[in-house]
Design a protein around this ligand. Sequence first.
Ligand code: ADP
Length: 798
Amino acid sequence: MSKPEIEIVKMPLLALRGLSVFPGMLLTFDVERPSSIGALDMAAKSDQLIFLATQKNLTADMPEEDDIYHIGTICRIRQQLRQPKGNVCRVMVEGICRAEAVSIDTEPKGYLAEVSRLYDKDERVSEAKIEALIRNCIGLFEEYLRLNPEAVTEQILNVLANPEPSYVSDYISQHVHFNIGDKQRLLECLYPSRRLTLLSKLLTSELNIMTLEKELSEATQEQMTQNQREYYLREEMKIIQAELGDDGLVDDIAEYRERINALPVNDEIREKLLKELSRLQKQPFGSSEAAVLRGYIDTCLEIPWGIYTEETKDIEKARKILDEEHFGLEKVKERVLQYLSVRRLTPDVKGGLLCLVGPPGTGKTSIAMSIAKATGRKLVRVSLGGVHDEAEIRGHRKTYIGSMPGRIINGIIQAKSCNPLMVLDEIDKLGSDYKGDPGAALLEALDPEQNSTFRDNFLEIPFDLSNVFFITTANSLDTIPIALLDRMEVIEISSYTDEEKLQIAKGHLIPKQRKKHGLKANQLRISDDAIKEIIRSYTRESGVRLLEQEIAAVCRKAAGGIAEDKFKSLILKQGKLESILGPAKYKPDQIRVTDEVGLVRGLAYTSVGGEVLDVEVAVVDGTGKLELTGNLGDVMKESAKAAVTYIRSRAHKLGIDPDFYKNKDIHIHFPEAAVPKDGPSAGITVTIALISALTGTPVRSDVAMTGEITLRGRVLPIGGLREKTMAALRAGVKTVIIPADNESDLEEIDQMVREKLRFVPTDHVDKVLDVALRYDRENSICCTPEVPAQTERCAVRQ
Ligand code: ADP
């Protein structure tokens, strides 16, 4: 310690609030109180020395003697800086030595004190202990600096540069944030080793507090960062959802729950939906799983649970609607009215299952629509054409992204009713492949025995389809899976005759198209003859679809001409069609007048209805080759070969060279080679043509025939008799040979056709040779006693 500069003196006193100054340290602080400013002024006027003592009570403005610690530090004022405004003064002091105020004069203009200087006391402590204490304190101070983010770490250098016990303890005491009481204890302690010990204790406890504080602040910080992160993400999510028009998952879940609880469904279904909803709630926003679940719940909510339309009870009204919209189709109409009557008597009868089979354009779909109207059910159409995959009927499992319910459940959603009339179009075009059998799935949906708990793969909950009225449509029964066919009530809709087409055009198609094109009745008239001409020369079909299209074309012309003021109305007469519809598309079937050898008129049934199909046979010398041409299918080729074998077996009786199959080449040709042909019903036609060619006997030109034959010449039944006979009439045929087994079908044939044609039913080719071939009386080789009887029998039917 340096030599004392002052022993005991009276000097100004400045009471410090919350501060302590240690000897050898520099301290800068602001002074404002008048008594303190006064003390500074006094010091400035003398030797710049001032006694700095700490106030015990921070709040006292004018502390009394007892409010001030008596032990403090004598300091030298190094700098004083008066602020331009106010009475604040910034002052820098340097601690000189510890001192004690013997008395204090609390003069308001400036405190004065009589102070005596204090010296460090000698003590008997080994240097090693002092050194250890110093090192300990320096180590702790270093740690303190490391933990204190505001500390200047270079401060440690100042201590290391001067490792003297008083300096070390005073320096550290000055720079560590101890509380005032502790700092005062350090100041009052005059034994360096005790001071170092005290300092070390205080530092240790301070470090403990700081470590705890740091841990706490880190934990809080972490918590805060986590909270902030979540808050930030949530805010961001809200923005994204707002952008997407999504009102927030939370709101959605609540809304979904409300809607599910309000559904009129049983507990099983409700629980399933609520389970899926809670799964959705747990999914992170935007995940694909969430999208799947959301799609699932949305779909389930779209199903019209518990919504049923009331069925018409008024049978007369239903009959009126059906009659108004469709000509003919009596069987279908009758069946629907029967169904309604039964429903009225026993309301427990569930939905129906009809299958309408017939050629295209015969009104299957449109009568189904009228049935919906007549029964008061909602209508929904589902097309089955080309459906190969079972999942199209029964849906995909919802685990696949983009999966949906099948067409049946989709139909229910579209119909917005649980008891709609569902038209399943083209059930005969259902396919089946490795992806499963859609027919089996359809069976489950249609079968009244099992469709009350139809399970769609997507929905995973049973849906009751038993109230749905199903109407399926098909062009032919052949390709409908047999299990399905068994369960359906099949109603056949046959081709229309020209007369029927005329009635349909007049009563329905023309008024419908006129309305569609905004024409009044007096603005377009089409004469009956003109309609017949359209039917004959512009269409070739079983139904009336093309006819409707041609009528629509006429309406377009009329509407266009009237709009452009070319004419006020259009009256269409026979022979005037070319200017409107272009040249005729079909020539009338040629009526043949000459009987020719080897040329026979067959009858075929195609998708456009019945057609006359000629067969030509040429026999030339050769080596027994059989040539078949005309785009024939396998069945047709086989039936031609069977015909050859039959003739060989009857060659002798028929007066044919038994070796013809060795020395003649036979060519059988079906004209219109571009059109593919198949089926067994040309068997009898080929046989007659062959016999005619081999015997050189002409075939009657006004005879047509149809029937399958066996190797022994038996004639087997065929289909499409109604259509075939209509075609025969058109082609000017007078006699039609038909299989005896088809005789019962003659009832179905149109009245007018029946009146104009002579039918010859037969069970064997031999019996109709006289009917088909024109033999010379002398050359007649045929002895067929039954034939006259047959014809006789059929004559009744002429
Ligand atoms: P399909 O389903 O049998 O192929 P559509 O139902 O599509 O035939 O019928 C084709 C058009 O012919 C429709 O505009 C329909 O209204 C009309 N049509 C068919 N048959 C009749 C009929 N008997 N009476 C009135 N219009 C008919």
